[in-house]
Design a protein around this ligand. Structure first.
Ligand SMILES: Cc1ncc(COP(=O)(O)O)c(C=O)c1O
Length: 394
């Protein structure tokens, strides 16, 4: 049997919807992108949603909208997908990495405050809601207020992630989402920026559209559309196509079924793996609603995670890798959760980082393991994963 790490949830609705823009001939951002944006605002409770080509370009646009550039600093967790840090690099600003809390895989707020004290020229924090669990946003927003910095939430994994009744991406100045196939809802590639600030939402619309004061659709629908509009900013082309918008509308319309299917599989993992000593399972703090964009455990091999050292992590890492290889040989796909960005050659060489500089991120990189999870995972597939995990652990 072959069990992939994830699967998209496309059906007949998406197949029917994606041809509609082709039939109408309006394939760039248009009515479907507008509808997708409205549905996204309704779901998250944000006032404004702006679709983009990806979460990476969404993050870049937010930094540009805040006029962050050379001589500025932005704090990013050291355990995240490289795109979070890359978006800051595009602007010429300096990435300041902050280590994570291994219990949540998210920013360690004590270390975050130490960095805010150390660097007075930090302009923004980019908390990441990794694997679908919100970072400690109440504390991060307190710090943002205290140190007068902006907050761009990297909510690439955070669709349907909540603290109480507040959706990820609505705590800070912006929230950025991804619709890549590894994410819970998918438009091929794609991203979304949410904000409650009208002025900044307008700026984003202009920046993502070459800096044009008026969109193609607005111009097309107005008198005098034969003349080009003014271009008021140095913009980008980060517009979503209407085919992707059509997919997004379908995915939003069935998002409650998608998400309840994913949560059901996560619950099954929670009970099936409860007594497995070699794994620490994902936990959500009280009042946090995990969306399980990925179900990520820490492989401990039965050892305690106290007093972690590089040597101890490396020793357990060898066993984790053998465990993952055994599963792969049985057709069960797993992945490391994500990477410790300070260990990647570009960032390591640029900053002369050592692995131990962000030790919890290093541990998360070397010890995490994401298990297969998708909405329509059958009982037979699930049991096959668990049986092979148990076999591979003995
Ligand atoms: C935390 C995080 N940030 C940003 C991104 C980039 O998203 P996209 O592929 O939509 O650019 C990803 C994608 O995996 C991610 O996991």
């Amino acid at each position: 049997m072959k069990i992939p790490i994830t699967k998209t949830t496309f059906g007949k609705e998406e197949s029917d919807a994606i041809v509609k823009p082709l039939e109408s001939g309006w394939v760039v951002q248009g009515p479907y992108v507008s509808e997708f944006q409205s549905l996204f605002s309704k779901f998250t409770g944000a006032k404004y949603s702006n679709a983009t080509t990806s979460c990476t370009t969404a993050l870049h646009l937010c930094l540009e909208a805040l006029e962050i550039g050379v001589n500025d600093k932005v704090i990013v967790p050291s355990f995240t997908y490289v795109a979070s840090a890359n978006a800051v690099e595009y602007t010429g600003a300096q990435v300041i990495f902050c280590d994570i809390d291994l219990n949540t895989f998210n920013l360690d707020v004590l270390k975050l405050e130490q960095l805010l004290v150390k660097y007075s020229d930090v302009k923004a924090i980019m908390p990441v809601h990794l694997f679908g669990l919100c970072a400690d946003m109440p504390k991060i927003m307190d710090l943002a207020l205290k140190y007068n910095v902006k907050v761009i939430e990297d909510s690439a994994c955070g669709f349907d992630s909540w603290i109480g009744d507040q959706h990820s991406g609505t705590f800070g100045d912006f929230g950025c989402f991804s619709f890549h196939p590894r994410k819970s809802i998918c438009t091929g590639e794609g991203g979304m920026i949410i904000t409650n600030d009208n002025h900044i939402a307008q700026k984003i619309s202009i920046l993502k559209d070459h800096g044009a004061a008026k969109s193609d659709l607005e111009r097309h629908n107005e008198k005098g559309g034969s003349l080009l509009p003014d271009f008021t900013m140095r913009g980008y082309n980060y517009r979503m196509t209407d085919m992707q918008g059509a997919l997004g509308v379908c995915q939003m319309n069935k998002s409650s079924a998608i998400m309840s299917g994913r949560r059901k599989v996560a619950k099954k993992y929670d009970s099936a793996l409860l007594n497995v000593d070699q794994l620490v399972l994902p936990q959500a703090p009280y009042n946090y609603v995990h969306s399980y964009q990925s179900y990520v455990c820490i492989f401990t091999d039965g050892e305690s995670l106290d007093n972690l050292s590089i040597e101890k992590i490396d020793r357990i890492n060898l066993k984790r890798n053998i465990f993952m290889e055994k599963l792969e040989s049985q057709g069960v796909a797993t992945r490391q959760g994500t990477h410790a960005v300070h260990t990647l050659s570009y960032y390591k060489n640029k900053n002369n980082f050592k692995d131990r500089d962000f030790l919890m991120s290093y541990a998360a990189d070397r010890l995490s393991i994401a298990l297969p999870l998708y909405t329509d995972m059958s009982d037979i597939e699930f049991d096959y994963v668990i049986d092979n995990m148990i076999k591979a652990l003995v």
